[in-house]
Ligand binder design. Structure first.
Ligand code: SF4
Ligand code: SF4
Length: 163
């Protein structure tokens, strides 16, 4: 399976993630926050592997796709800030009709807890509005958790802050 279509398009789709086995099983998604590596390129990078405090991410050789042991992942979000490709996300679908997406953010202005923000999908299109519930920094990247309608959990991958 090549990444040519993804390169030409500039973003990966939900179906492509699923086909590559990069999504956690549904029962794990329902248990609590869990990381997803939206990283379809075989590149020599292991930042997520060496950064994860739970040793939940592995690669047998440095250029293969990262594999996450979703049972070891605590959903801490460290890998979200560490990934130089902005390809790591944490999804929490354990809380009823709302979902919580933890995503990297490298734009200004900096979002603050309580802010209402515009939700963007992988393509960069606006798909709704959400609320920021947590912000921390890791290696100068803002790691932002945003509350979104549950049906957008697998769509929202960026935010836009209006100020
Ligand atoms: S969210 Fe935390 S525990 Fe899970 S893979 Fe990322 S760094 Fe590891
Ligand atoms: S750190 Fe990011 S870009 Fe590097 S292998 Fe991990 S997910 Fe891919």
């Amino acid at each position: 399976m090549t990444a040519d279509n993804i390169r030409k398009r500039g973003y990966i789709t939900y179906e492509e993630l699923k086909a590559r086995g990069l999504l956690p099983p549904e029962e794990r998604m329902l248990k609590g926050p869990v990381a997803i590596a939206e990283c379809p390129e075989e590149i020599p990078c292991d930042v997520c592997v060496v950064t994860c405090p739970s040793r939940a991410i592995s690669k047998k050789v440095i250029y293969e796709l990262p594999r996450i042991d979703w049972n070891k992942c605590t959903g801490c979000g460290i890998c979200v800030g560490a990934c130089p490709g902005l390809a790591m996300f944490v999804i929490d679908m354990s809380k009823g009709d709302r979902a919580y997406i933890t995503l990297p953010h490298e734009f200004l202005p900096v979002p603050r807890e309580g802010d209402e923000v515009i939700l963007l999908d992988r393509k960069g299109d606006r798909v709704g509005r959400g609320r920021v519930v947590r912000v921390f920094t890791y290696r100068r990247t803002y790691v932002v958790t945003v509350e979104v309608p549950r049906d957008l959990a697998m769509e929202v991958r960026a935010i836009w802050v209006e100020k």
